[in-house]
Write a protein that binds this ligand. Structure first.
Ligand code: NAP
Length: 260
């Protein structure tokens, strides 16, 4: 299936690792020119190199997505060098293991910081990128939420923030002016995704027996998902083929969650 993404311009926040990196590389495979932003320069440079080896334009920008000035700078740099943007992937997020299991003992700043990282960053990037998409009369905004935003899984502050991301996309999807300018707003809700060198990978290495029991009991496929499996769905959602997909929250969890 030709996704029609050849020659489009995309920005993936947190595109230097994990799900964001996989989305950036998958969009590049489809012919998209891809900018990524993150904090660590070395990892940015490595992924920009991988993008450019796919014969598209890659761009790396060092930025902290929780800093409003950085968000403005990222979009300004794209405006100056490209003058156009079709796709925004709000991927920066996390904080699911911040605080403690004891909700009453977890200070308010944890709630605020997790909200800031997941929700305010998505709001700021989306608002800053919309003028570029409206100019193109075409746009795709996909926000990486989680199944924790759809059911009572994980720690409360993470669940609240992931729900708010879904709500943000749903609300914007009902805005006639934006949608009639060709822009769609959707979210994805991945289940547990195995990312090298992060929490789940470390848990597996620390106690392989217990981890394998956890996987066997909770994951119908008998394994966790991969970042590439999330990225393929996201690439489709960014395509012309997905023109009727607007306001959706697409679960990508191999059957892990229990809701209908
Ligand atoms: N992994 C899962 O099982 C899973 C499941 C459901 C949903 N999700 C969601 O998927 C998204 C990506 O998670 P992941 O597991 O792929 O994470 P990851 O492997 O830790 O990668 C996070 C990426 O975001 C960047 N980043 C982190 N904080 C940033 C900040 N303040 N400003 C700019 N860039 C920042 C990181 O680079 P720097 O550190 O260099 O900045 C890196 O590129 C998150 O929204 C997460 O909630 C993950």
């Amino acid at each position: 299936m030709n996704l029609g993404l050849d020659g489009k311009y995309a920005l993936v926040t947190g595109g230097s690792h994990g799900i964001g990196r996989a989305i950036a590389l998958t969009l590049a495979d489809e012919g998209c020119n891809v900018a990524i932003c993150a904090r660590n320069k070395q990892r940015i440079d490595e992924v920009v190199g991988e993008i450019e080896r796919k014969k598209v334009i890659g761009k790396g920008i060092m930025a902290d997505a929780t800093n409003p000035d950085d968000v403005t700078r990222v979009v300004n740099e794209i405006t100056i060098s490209w003058g156009r943007l079709h796709i925004l992937i709000n991927n920066v997020g996390g904080g699911g293991s911040w605080g403690s299991d004891d909700v009453e003992q977890t200070p308010e700043n944890v709630w605020r910081e997790v909200y800031d990282k997941n929700v305010m960053s998505a709001i700021r990037f989306t608002m800053s990128c919309l003028p570029l998409m409206r100019k193109e009369k075409w746009g795709r905004v996909v926000t990486v939420s989680s199944i924790c935003g759809r059911e009572t899984g994980g720690r409360a502050w993470y669940s609240v923030a992931k729900s708010a991301q879904i709500s943000l996309m749903k609300n914007l999807s009902a805005n006639h002016d934006l949608v009639r300018d060709g822009i769609t707003f959707n979210s994805v809700a991945p289940g547990h995704i195995m990312i090298p060198d992060t929490g789940l990978d470390k848990k597996q290495k620390e106690n392989p027996g217990e981890f394998s029991k956890f996987v066997s009991e909770n994951f119908p496929l008998g394994r966790l998902g991969s970042p590439e499996e999330v990225a393929s769905v996201v690439a489709f959602m960014c395509s012309d083929r997905a023109s009727l997909l607007n306001g959706s929250s697409v679960v990508i969890d191999g059957g892990q969650s229990r809701f209908f």
